[in-house]
Write a protein that binds this ligand. Structure first.
Ligand code: ASP
Length: 317
């Protein structure tokens, strides 16, 4: 019997650390994952998820989230939901619905309100100011507006061998109203099968969804491949394929864990993630693409962590 959780970005660390303790004490994977992601959604300085997240081009915060149960394959998802404190909780609730389990836009928001989920204004003064500054910068330097995004995606395994996966994201900064990324899309942003393992993604959704990368990693793990080998093969294979066919590949990173609590990560950019298992205490790592389609992984040192903290809290004027 084992347990564990892996999740994208440094922002997931607190939830991974506290919820793996809960998993150790018998908490279910579903509750642990939802609580871990809620922590990220609630923290205003994580600017790409939940409260304080990146607004769209009209300065409206439209959020995407999904939840998948690896025992039953039940999926719940929302896209473009507004004014809801915890989109992941709404996605989890929708996963219990036989019909209407993926809701978008006004319909998703209406469902959350009617079901009694905590609703509030989710655009912070800081996010609004960052939006204004970014707009000025784009106009002044004639930049592409689409720079800035990160999703919290997690996979959890509990003592009963249940696995779940979930995501939450404000998507692409300055996105068009109605734009949806990979995060709420099964197979692209996440996938999990308790008899194999799970995977989840972060990065440019428009490219991630071209390869159904989360599903691909789970499929390879299902052939007996170690999670690290599966992640390397899928991420570098698809990044190279996009380069070949389209001339470029967006940034993307995936994490995965199998039913034994073994994990893997692969990325085509510098990428931080958090993981904890029965065998390994919660830790923040950095991953980099390395030679011959492999991934270099190292523990994030104090200098990196301090710089990160300073960056996310940097005053805006
Ligand atoms: N995958 C997200 C999206 O495209 C953003 C990210 O994870 O960086 O919406």
């Amino acid at each position: 019997m084992t347990y564990g959780m892996i999740a994208t970005w440094r922002m997931a660390y607190d939830g991974v650390a506290s919820m793996t303790e809960a998993l150790k004490n018998g908490e279910g994977a579903g509750t642990a994952l939802v609580e871990a992601i809620k922590k990220v959604e609630d923290y205003p300085f994580y600017k790409s998820v939940g409260y304080g997240g990146f607004p769209n081009e009209e300065c409206i915060l439209e959020m995407d989230a999904a939840y998948m149960d690896g025992d039953t394959f039940d999926i719940g998802a929302v896209a473009g939901i507004q004014d809801v404190k915890n989109p992941i909780a709404v996605a989890e609730a929708l996963s219990h619905e036989r019909f209407n389990s993926f809701l978008v836009g006004a319909g998703a928001t209406k469902f959350a309100k009617q079901a009694g989920f905590d609703c509030r204004n989710m655009v912070t003064a800081r996010a609004k100011r960052l939006w204004e500054l970014r707009l000025e910068e784009i106009q002044k330097h004639n930049l592409s507006p689409y720079d800035g995004h990160d999703t919290v995606g997690a996979v959890a395994l509990d003592l009963n061998k249940k696995m779940v996966a979930g995501t939450s994201s404000s998507g692409l900064f300055m996105k068009k109203s109605g734009r949806v990324g990979d995060s709420p899309l099964s197979g692209s942003g996440f996938y999990v099968d308790s008899e194999i393992g799970g995977a989840t993604a972060t990065g440019l959704g428009e490219d991630l969804m071209k390869g159904c990368l989360s599903y691909e990693i789970v499929r390879l793990m299902g052939t007996g491949m170690h999670p690290q080998a599966a992640a390397d093969q899928v991420v570098y294979g698809f990044s190279d394929l996009l380069e070949k066919r389209k001339g470029k590949a967006g940034a993307f990173s995936l994490v995965c864990m199998n039913k034994n609590g073994e994990w893997g990560v692969a990325t085509n950019v510098e990428f931080s993630f958090a993981v904890a298992t029965e065998k390994e205490a919660a830790e923040i790592y950095l991953a980099y693409p390395a030679e011959n389609k492999t991934t270099r992984i190292e523990v994030a040192d104090k200098a990196w962590l301090d710089a990160y903290e300073a960056r996310i809290k940097k005053p805006v004027d």
